[in-house]
Design a protein around this ligand. Structure first.
Ligand code: ZN
Length: 274
């Protein structure tokens, strides 16, 4: 169990649209502004997806570069780029932002349903991603959507492609993958390698909030933001990503968890900037 609480904010994602959530940040400028607000509300890590101007998800390195530069100019958040991308993207396409040497990147640890669609992550694809991240000094967040993904990550650890300290992202409630249920989360956490850090996220309004409380109870870290959930409460859209971060920070504070700063995260996860 980590004592300080790390809040990650996933402000944009690939699937959320403006029609669903009018405050969704899309352009690099909007992303940087939302990142600053999230930082001020208590988030230490920014989970970053980018979009084309019309809102289409993209892994274009030039757009990532612009967004990263603008975020850097505004705040000191640790930036974790996505390599999950969006459904239908090739592994090479998904890997592009890793070449920008971000401090962290997500690494999906298995093939997963996304409703009627899916994202393919075979072991060879995972090895390719792990090698690329290692070559660029990028710390992966090992995203697991199911129990098998935890075991798949251990194959890469055994092969020396992943090095401690490990950070897991437990993603629950994606339709077609493991649901968020308290015992499912608790079981997954028990199966993580000794000493691994972990952040959990429930996808969708109710799961997101329930998972947040369970994660606090189990001593993990939190992720909130419009990628995972657009509501503040049932039927009430969140006003901003920062509003969701502020609540997570408040719940953490009520439970005696001091908020981690980006510098704390750099030390804890052994990031390049540390
Ligand atoms: Zn993502």
């Amino acid at each position: 169990m980590d004592s300080k609480l790390i809040i990650t904010c996933a402000i944009t994602g690939a699937e959320t649209t403006r029609a669903m959530q009018p405050a969704l940040p899309i352009t690099p400028e909007e992303i940087a502004e939302a990142a600053l607000e999230a930082r001020e509300a208590g988030a230490a890590v920014l989970h970053l997806h980018v979009r084309q101007d019309d809102g289409t998800p993209t892994q274009d390195a030039a757009i990532f570069r612009r967004a990263i530069e603008l975020v850097r100019a505004k705040c000191d958040m640790v930036i974790e780029v996505t390599t999950g991308g969006a459904v239908g993207m090739s592994p090479e396409e998904r890997l592009q932002p890793v070449a920008l040497n971000p401090e962290m990147a997500s690494l999906d640890c298995g093939t997963v349903n996304f409703g009627d669609e899916y994202i393919v992550n075979t072991l060879p694809i995972m090895r390719q991603f792990a090698r690329e991240m290692k070559a660029h000094g990028v710390r992966p967040t090992l995203e697991c959507f199911d129990l098998g993904h935890v075991y798949a990550s251990q194959i890469l650890i055994k092969e020396g492609l992943l090095e401690a300290p490990f950070h897991y992202g437990l993603v629950l409630n994606v339709p077609g993958a493991a649901k968020y249920e308290p015992d499912v989360l608790e079981f997954l956490v028990r199966k993580l390698p000794e000493g691994a850090h972990w952040t959990a996220m429930g996808i969708g309004g109710k799961a997101n909030l329930d998972c947040l409380y369970a994660t606090i109870a189990l001593g993990g870290h939190l992720r909130v933001g419009f990628e995972d959930n657009i509501f503040y409460s049932k039927g009430r859209l969140a006003k901003s990503n920062a509003e969701l971060v502020a609540r997570a920070a408040r719940i953490g504070a009520d439970c005696g968890r001091e908020l981690a700063t980006p510098e704390d995260v750099r030390k804890l996860f052994g990031l390049r900037g540390a």
